[in-house]
Design a protein around this ligand. Structure first.
Ligand code: GLV
Ligand code: MN
Ligand code: MN
Ligand code: MN
Length: 411
């Protein structure tokens, strides 16, 4: 295992976007993301891989097969290809590894195969998907969803960040062309498999013999914007019975989300809120909150949402406020390709097989391409926060595992 080799390449990526909080702010199309995109291009060039940016801002570095006949010269896209990779973007003040680890590991796995003299029969590609977290524009897996045609490009172009900048404006500002956004079915058709390596987002591997696991499924999940509307007024002079305070309904809703999730057997989180006018001495006019809910199956997720909606609507009636719930993204359950999963678990000497409640581009791609995920042990179990962790030894073991999987699938 080349732990030093991992550390050397990881040192190039790890500082990018690190904030004073110790967490990472790598929002798509902002400077840290652009730095990492340029790094990706440089890494591709360094290795003589063919660099490509697709119509949705996703990046690729292609290692063509030695037998060039598998690459149709009339079609620029390699077919029968095995793709691996992940994303550079982060949630606000997120961890170092969620995303970039899968890209760094992909370059190192290709290096490993080349050093071992492997001769792929299929092209091997490394991918960096755009806006996986939805940390800037609110919709997760935006680059892969656009590619798969599951989000309307007109809607995507108009998504705004918290400063009111649209995705189209952000792309133009970064020198990219938002006019090309849209489905890319031919690209998906040309893929034989996708494998994403990712930091584990839980502690199932802590204390396990294996530093690497294989994913079985992704819980169905979604994000809903919940807008509470009341009436702004003076915090001192308005009698309590005369108030229509949306903050009260909001506070009830936070507790209701947790209660409904607990009763049904899923999870629910309100992690983001905006208040208007946001003054200490004024009753709020509106509160906008975002609900994230996830569950082991769709029936349970539906139960959480319908329970939440009915309890909160009833409460709004009592508070003299109104509430509107709109879905921003909904992701059905993902069951990863069972034969690929079993083949990889066996190849890795009986690696543990785990479900996850976190979303991934691999989940979007799995509707179109046989897809698998590898998880690298995270001893803290923390993710989407600065405490996310992995040892260099485990990351290097992840590289080894990914190289073995690419060799199995492409060589
Ligand atoms: C993305 O990582 C998500 O699961 O929210
Ligand atoms: Mn994430
Ligand atoms: Mn991720
Ligand atoms: Mn994710």
């Amino acid at each position: 295992m080349d732990t030093d080799g991992f550390r050397r390449l990881w040192n190039e990526v790890e500082p990018v976007g690190r904030a004073d909080s110790g967490g990472y702010v790598r929002f798509s199309w902002t400077e840290p993301d652009l730095v990492l995109r340029r790094w990706f291009l440089a890494q591709a060039k360094l290795r003589g891989l063919r660099y490509e940016e697709d119509r949705n801002g996703n990046l690729y570095a292609w290692w063509y097969a030695e037998k060039e006949e598998v690459v149709d010269p009339d079609r620029p896209r390699p077919h029968g290809a095995v793709l691996t990779g992940s994303h550079f973007d982060s949630v606000p003040h997120g961890g170092a590894y969620d995303g970039p680890l899968g890209i760094v590991a992909a370059f190192l796995a290709v290096d490993r195969l080349r050093a071992a003299g492997a001769h792929p029969k299929r092209p091997i590609g490394i991918a960096a998907f755009t806006e996986e977290e939805g940390g800037r524009f609110g919709v997760p897996c935006l680059g892969s969803r656009l590619m798969a045609g599951v989000i309307d490009p007109d809607r995507a172009r108009l998504l705004t960040d918290p400063d009111g900048v649209t995705l189209a404006e952000a792309m133009l500002e970064a020198g990219a062309d938002p006019a090309t956004l849209g489905p890319d079915p031919e690209r998906l058709e040309h893929l034989a498999a996708f494998v994403e390596l990712h930091i584990e987002q839980g502690r199932a591997l802590d204390g396990s013999e294996s530093p690497v696991a294989v994913a079985s499924a992704i819980w169905p999940h979604g994000r809903w914007r919940v807008t509470f509307t009341g009436e702004a007024d003076h915090a001192g002079t308005t009698r309590l019975p005369d108030r229509r305070d949306p903050m009260l309904t909001f506070a009830f809703a936070v507790l209701a989300a947790r209660k409904e999730a607990r009763l049904a057997g899923g999870v629910a989180t309100v992690g983001r809120v905006e208040v208007e006018p946001n003054a200490t001495n004024a009753i709020a006019a509106t509160v906008t909150a975002w609900l994230d809910a996830r569950a082991p199956d769709e029936a349970v997720l539906g139960e959480i949402l319908s329970g939440f909606e009915s309890k909160v609507t009833e409460r709004a009636g009592r508070d003299g406020t109104s509430v509107r719930i709109t879905a921003e993204s909904e992701t059905p359950i993902v069951e990863f390709d069972a034969s690929l999963r079993d083949r990889i678990a066996a190849l890795l000497g009986g690696a543990p097989v785990l479900p996850t409640a976190a979303g991934h581009d691999a989940g979007v791609l799995s509707a179109h391409v046989p897809t698998a995920m590898l998880f690298v042990r995270n001893p803290t179990g923390v993710s989407h926060a600065p405490g996310e962790s992995a040892s260099d030894e485990d990351c290097a073991a992840g590289v080894e595992a990914l190289a073995a999987v690419l060799r199995e699938l492409a060589c």
